[in-house]
Design a protein around this ligand. Structure first.
Ligand SMILES: Cc1cc2nc3c(=O)[nH]c(=O)nc-3n(C[C@H](O)[C@H](O)[C@H](O)COP(=O)(O)OP(=O)(O)OC[C@H]3O[C@@H](n4cnc5c(N)ncnc54)[C@H](O)[C@@H]3O)c2cc1C
Length: 471
């Protein structure tokens, strides 16, 4: 019996686990996939938006601001990458002038730093900006993170501080008597309170608790193009077009690692698990991106991917407490930016009323291991030569770093998990050279057969090891 069961380990579940692990409550997280952070939270732009975009009076507006404010400290505490790169919201026609001023006014009302800038200054800041850009707003506080790194760091901290994580544990039904009984593919779990953060399945899981729930989600796909890190110097800031009713639009940004990323598109789909990229979608990215920056040669692109937004038809987040069953659903953009705000809101508005939350003493520290510099690697090789055995040549990742990724408290169990944690397969060859070696190391370290190593969310055929997987 737990005090709180969190269903889903995307950024919302992981952030809640992180925050709750510092209080005297017992918490367990149930995740249907092999890896955490492997659905909506892994396929997005990774932006901590400044917060001028959501409509007044919405939870999105309120929680984006709190999230953006909390992220720098969380990143510092967990040693996670967080870069305040700043953004330009650009306009291409005088028809957009009024809208630009409206965003400037809204930002000022929300106490977000903003500066109006004209063509000369825009071109100085961003030499590859499109010739058609006329004016812009500069938001210095817009930041980028690597979403899965943030989620993994939060969940590793949480597990080290007492939260139980069960992967490959899909929730398939919920009963309420005195407490909640949560039925899963791995048996039954009980708790006083349940938090539903199941992203694309949010409404289905809400209906397990209340079959009459009338919430509705709309699934919008967003496709992206990603360049090689060699193009890093092409862009300095995040470049947003003017938002439309479809969202923030096709934008240009540089990831923490230095890849350029262009996208996402936005169109409604029926199959919420359709992460395919399409010719039409990628052509749309190419055509829209050229309205804000000068196009980069197509052969510079090394990867395409798509994400799916689970947006509520009310256009706002749904966060509600129904008799100890807390829905946190309809979390589309700016859900990543808002995650620390959403977690704080759930704790302050609901959990502090139902539980006497007291801060724990003697918390265990967790620091994320960032990509090694040459000097750091050379130092480590003196003690362990496996830091010098380079498996991923494109990104310079060694055997020992892959082993470290597998042996984290919430360690990688799949090829994609290793890629997310320590980047082999993220470079120009996209795993063509290193993937088989990653499989070999995974199989050896987990003591399973190579054929049982999943690429992604596929089911692990043999039981998982690790202290966090057992009850
Ligand atoms: C294209 C795109 C771009 C975006 N860009 C940004 C951005 O730049 N900035 C920003 O702030 N936001 C952005 N977002 C929004 C942001 O990514 C989401 O709001 C956020 O990731 C949602 O997190 P989540 O935890 O609610 O969902 P998820 O990450 O999907 O997590 C839900 C988890 O629940 C699990 N689950 C589902 N059903 C069950 C079940 N029955 N039993 C057990 N587990 C279950 C899933 O496996 C998953 O791990 C973007 C989204 C998309 C798609």
């Amino acid at each position: 019996m737990y005090d709180i069961i969190i269903i889903g380990s995307g950024i919302i579940g992981s952030m809640l686990a992180y925050d709750l692990s510092r209080f005297n409550v017992s918490v367990c997280v149930l995740e249907k996939n092999v890896e955490i952070m492997n659905e909506v939270s892994s396929s997005n732009s990774g932006l901590v938006h400044a917060g001028y975009d959501p409509e007044d009076g919405t939870l999105k507006a309120q929680l984006n601001l709190i999230g953006a404010k909390r992220y720098p400290q969380i990143a510092k505490d967990l040693n996670v990458d967080y870069k305040q790169v700043g953004s330009l919201l650009v306009s291409n026609s005088m028809d957009e002038h009024e809208a630009l001023l409206k965003y400037a006014q809204r930002a000022t009302q929300r106490k977000i730093d903003v500066k109006y800038i004209q063509q000369d200054e825009i071109r100085r800041m961003e030499p590859n900006i499109s010739d058609s850009v006329l004016e812009a707003l500069f938001f210095p506080t817009t930041a980028i993170i690597t979403p899965w790194q943030m989620g993994f760091a939060c969940m590793n901290y949480a597990v080290l501080n007492g939260v139980k994580l069960f992967r490959q544990t899909k929730v398939i039904g919920i009963d309420k008597n005195e407490n909640y009984t949560v039925h899963t593919t791995q048996g039954v779990f009980e708790s006083k309170c349940v938090i539903n953060c199941t992203g694309l399945n949010g409404v289905d899981v809400a209906k397990y608790q209340d079959p009459n729930s009338e919430h509705q989600l709309e699934f919008r796909k967003g496709e992206y193009q990603v360049s090689d890190i060699r193009d890093e110097s092409y862009l300095n800031h995040v470049i947003y077009p003017m938002p439309s009713k479809l969202g923030k639009g096709v934008l240009a940004l540089k990831t923490i690692e230095g890849n350029l990323m262009f996208g996402p598109t936005s169109y409604v789909i029926d199959n919420r698990y359709d992460f395919s990229t399409t010719v039409n979608g990628l052509n749309e990215v190419d055509s829209k991106i050229s309205q804000i920056i000068k196009p980069l040669a197509k052969n510079r692109m090394i990867r395409q991917f798509a994400g799916v937004r689970p947006g509520s038809i009310t256009k706002d987040f749904i966060i509600e407490n129904k008799d100890g069953f807390i829905n946190v659903i309809g979390i589309d953009s700016p859900g990543l930016a808002s995650a620390p705000g959403i977690s704080e809101y759930v704790i302050e508005s609901f959990l502090k009323k139902d539980f006497e939350l007291e801060s724990k003493m003697n918390l265990v520290d967790f620091k994320w291991k960032k990509h090694l510099s040459s000097n750091e690697r050379n130092e480590l090789i003196k003690d362990d030569s496996r830091y010098g055995r380079i498996v991923c040549v494109c990104e310079t990742i060694s055997e020992k770093e892959i082993m470290n990724a597998i042996h984290l408290p919430v360690g990688a169990r799949s090829i994609k998990g290793v890629k997310r944690i320590t980047r082999p397969g993220s470079g120009r060859c996209q795993g063509g050279f290193c993937e088989s070696e990653v499989v070999r190391i995974l199989a050896r370290e987990l003591n399973v057969d190579m054929k049982d190593i999943p690429y992604d969310n596929d089911v692990f055929l043999t039981p998982l090891g690790g202290h966090d997987e057992t009850r």
